[in-house]
Design a protein around this ligand. Structure first.
Ligand code: PRP
Ligand code: URA
Length: 207
């Protein structure tokens, strides 16, 4: 599991624990998910390339640095959209693509139903976001889709991962780094992560 990185910053772990708590209501779940995602994105963008630009301060001209490549965020619908505002607060110039995938509750196989991606994909830093990496089926399908559209630099960001999903995603796409706040114990018979945080989409949207 070489391409797995667990983001263990104390502020991230603190918020994750509050998200796991079944007493956290939909409103607070959404707020904390956004905050937590911003903290994680801060960590995973450390090596983004910069380019120099001239800037006029109130006192003189100087050289500053700005991001050298476009950033494209791709939430996996639905639950991934709960992670969007946190990233956009930090990188307001980011473009946003959408990939609609749901997991068939009986077969646990991913079902693709919508894709809309911005044209910058081939030269962009692409961050796929989804709170849960369970069997890995949805994530593998999403990476297949962005690769089909010629994405080159792909990162997968989730909150909670199961060992089964990490193994499947890193086997299918060894070039894609996986970032998570927690690597949990296992999946249950219905494909839910244990201990996990329940159904992320339901907890975000109150369904
Ligand atoms: C959840 C989650 C992931 C997927 C993970 O979505 O947000 O997309 O399950 O499971 P996997 O790794 O086994 O594929 P869900 O299918 O519940 O759809 P939703 O976001 O619309 O609720
Ligand atoms: N999807 C979720 O929302 N939660 C899980 O535990 C697994 C898949």
């Amino acid at each position: 599991m070489n391409n797995l990185q667990i983001l263990d910053h104390p502020l991230i772990q603190n918020k994750l624990t509050r998200l796991r708590d079944k007493a956290t209501n939909n409103h607070n779940f959404r707020l904390m998910l956004a905050e937590l995602t911003a903290l994680m994105v801060y960590e995973i963008t450390r090596d983004y390339p910069l380019r120099e630009v001239e800037v006029e301060t109130p006192l003189e001209r100087t050289t500053g640095k700005v991001l050298a490549t476009p950033v494209v965020l791709v939430p996996i619908l639905r639950a991934g959209t709960g992670m969007l505002t946190g990233v956009l607060d930090l990188i307001p110039t980011a473009k946003v693509g959408h990939i609609g995938i749901y997991r068939d509750p009986h077969t646990l196989q991913p079902v693709e139903y919508y894709t809309k991606l911005p044209p910058e994909l081939p030269r962009a830093r692409v961050i796929l976001v989804d709170p849960m990496l369970a069997t890995g089926g949805s994530a593998i399908t999403a990476v297949n889709i962005v690769k089909r559209e010629k994405a080159n630099h792909i990162q997968f960001l989730c909150l909670v991962a199961a060992p089964e999903g990490v193994k499947a995603l890193s086997t299918a796409h060894p070039d894609v780094p996986i970032y998570t706040a927690a690597l949990d114990r296992q999946l249950n018979d219905h494909g839910y992560i244990l201990p996990g945080l329940g159904d992320a989409g339901d907890r975000i949207f109150g369904t």
